[in-house]
Design a protein around this ligand. Structure first.
Ligand code: IPE
Ligand code: IPE
Ligand code: MG
Length: 263
């Protein structure tokens, strides 16, 4: 039985807001709720600068709302949430900031894995794990192992993730496996990506006001909807979740075809 991620003073949400498991089968969320949401969590540095703080303080503040954000998406029926926390290009940042980000990931794992596990969250990781230090790698592996049987929601952390690096890795492994040119298809390439066990994102939210992709899920986002929020990530709250999901619900997705009701 999952327990809520965040305790609130209000009455508990009616059970229908979190899909119940009946005979082991979960009802699908309504069609206008995205199955997979991916978030580019941007704006930590500007949030900190506005307060006369260091970027690292912004990054730390940007972990304090994570649990509430995950819970808000879960309650609304989102089944998979990917969080972009550190890109392959973010190593260009000043060393104290990079070191701070590594420490913050480590302390966030220490603080959040147990409540997330209790809430039925399965944790996943995408990115280049090899470049992280051995203790941090072990923490990530342990969190994945602990939560592997949970099925309320999958939360995938993209850390040291870059879409171009992912594609280069995939091509290298395809060649190393001796896959012949005539065996290569979109399906095969997808199966070599870090995201092979995740559905493509339906909705990508970028916080912080910039309207760019910054090397995130380039292949997987072929038909994703984008929502750009001016909110700096540490301020991103339940209301911002609702705004993004409402914008998504207004969109018509064609996937290159005609809308369902067109002649
Ligand atoms: C996003 O916040 C987190 C990372 C890139 C690690 P930023 O640090 O990029 O925040 P801004 O864009 O400078 O405000
Ligand atoms: C994207 O933000 C990466 C993450 C949020 C982890 P950046 O702040 O690194 O993106 P750019 O450099 O402004 O494009
Ligand atoms: Mg930024």
């Amino acid at each position: 039985m999952s327990t809520p991620l965040v305790s609130t003073v209000s009455a508990p949400a009616p059970p229908t807001t979190i899909p119940a498991v009946a005979n082991g089968v979960r009802p699908h969320p309504p069609a206008d709720i995205p199955h997979h949401v991916a978030v580019i969590m941007d704006g930590n540095g500007r949030w900190a600068a506005q307060r006369g703080l260091r970027p690292t303080d912004g990054h730390r503040a940007g972990t304090e709302n994570i649990r509430a954000a995950i819970e808000a998406f879960a309650e609304r029926g989102v089944r998979c949430l990917t969080l972009f926390a550190f890109s392959t290009e973010n190593w260009k940042r000043p060393r104290p900031e990079v070191r701070g980000l590594m420490r913050i990931l480590s302390s966030t794992i220490d603080r959040e894995v147990k409540p997330l596990h209790d809430a039925g969250v399965k944790l996943r990781y995408i990115g280049q794990l090899d470049a992280l230090d051995a203790r941090l790698r072990r923490k990530i592996d342990d969190a994945i192992a602990l939560t592997r049987h949970n099925d309320r929601m999958t939360v995938c952390v993209a850390f040291n993730y870059g879409s171009r690096a992912e594609l280069v890795d995939a091509v290298r492994r395809i060649v190393a496996d001796g896959v012949r040119p005539d065996q290569i298809s979109e399906r095969v390439l997808s199966d070599y990506l870090y995201t092979r066990e995740l559905p493509d994102p339906d909705l990508i939210i970028r916080t912080g006001g910039d309207q760019r992709v910054s090397n995130f899920l380039l292949w997987q986002a072929a038909y994703a909807e984008y929502v750009f929020s001016d909110t700096y990530w540490p301020d991103f709250c339940e209301q911002d979740v609702d705004i993004a999901l409402a914008a998504y619900a207004q969109r018509t997705r064609n996937f290159g075809g005609r809308p369902a009701n067109a002649d």
